[in-house]
Design a protein around this ligand. Structure first.
Ligand code: MN
Length: 309
């Protein structure tokens, strides 16, 4: 018998320093560090969480992960140290593979009330942490779309199970993974087929959801452990439900996360921080109107790998 669905409620955190908007963070959670290789989930909008400048994140580095940017509404300008300048629009997938090191900046081009979406990180498995950095911008029209029981499914990463198998994203993943947006009309229901070797998370981007009987509002996440062959999804009556489904085989490699870095151990994080502070490894983001972010001070203890409680 598969384990029970569990609600992860978000905490509000400022994104990218003092001049920043608040986002709703569900991963990493104290009890749940990862869902498959997904290790970070920040949701924002549809209403402004606070008055402010929207998303204004100065140049900062990443290692050992992929960033996934996904918008429901608004527009974000991405610049990175490979020279990419991309405008991310609703339905586009911006997938940035940091590998050994990359830097980028992100700026919304309208006020915070017009910005609605999610930013996620995918941890690279140990064998691929050192890959060269690269960026993929898949426009909405390039991503597989399918209909299932009145729901609209858009595949971001990997491929869904059951009747939707074969709807494979062109985006490059490095471990068994799935990511898909599901839109259900208000009051609608969907039996979503799942790969039983995967664990899954359902993040509510808009509307209200019930996932295997667990109710969740905007910004919340419902976790389903491995073993489930489907999930019973229901949309609240008030509005269309927009859900982001994430999943994969449980992540087994040692995973240390600190600031914007993912690595195998404490020393790898220290080295990444030193390289950023000394302007090595990550390259230069040109065109951002302002200074780059400085790394915070490391804690006085050794960073430990994340484990599940
Ligand atoms: Mn970033």
């Amino acid at each position: 018998v598969p384990g029970a669905a569990e609600l992860v409620e978000p905490r509000e955190v400022p994104l990218g320093g003092p001049r920043s908007m608040l986002v709703r963070r569900t991963l990493p959670d104290r009890r749940l560090p990862t869902i498959g290789p997904w290790c970070f989930v920040d949701q924002y909008g549809p209403d402004p969480l606070a008055d402010g400048p929207g998303m204004q994140v100065p140049p900062h580095p990443h290692t050992g992960l992929q960033t996934v940017s996904w918008l429901v509404r608004g527009e974000v300008l991405h610049r990175d140290s490979l020279g990419t300048v991309a405008t991310i629009r609703p339905g586009d997938l911006l997938l940035m593979t940091s590998g050994h090191g990359i830097a980028h900046s992100e700026q919304s081009t309208a006020g915070p009330g017009a910005l609605h979406g999610v930013q996620l990180w995918v941890a690279l498995p140990a064998a691929h942490r050192g890959v060269g950095p690269h960026v993929e911008h898949h426009r909405a029209a390039e991503l597989p779309q399918a209909r299932l029981d009145g729901a609209r499914v858009t595949v971001l990463l990997g491929e869904p199970a059951g009747d939707l198998a074969g709807a494979r994203s062109p985006a490059h993943g490095y471990s068994p993974i799935v990511g898909a947006q599901l839109v259900l009309p208000a009051g609608g229901a969907l039996t979503m087929p799942l790969e039983p070797e995967f664990e899954h998370g359902f993040v509510v981007l808009a509307g209200a959801a019930r996932v295997d009987g667990v109710e969740a509002g905007v910004g919340s996440l419902v976790h389903l452990p491995p073993g489930a062959r489907s999930a019973a999804l229901q949309a609240g009556d008030g509005a269309d439900l927009v859900l982001l489904m994430i999943g994969g085989t449980p992540f087994e490699d040692p995973l240390v996360m600190w600031w914007n870095f993912v690595g195998p151990d404490h020393d790898a994080i220290v080295e990444a921080r030193e390289d950023w502070q000394a302007d090595r490894r990550f390259g230069e983001v040109t065109g951002y109107p302002g200074d780059r972010l400085k790394a915070p001070v490391l804690p006085g203890v050794r960073l430990r790998p994340r484990t599940r409680r």
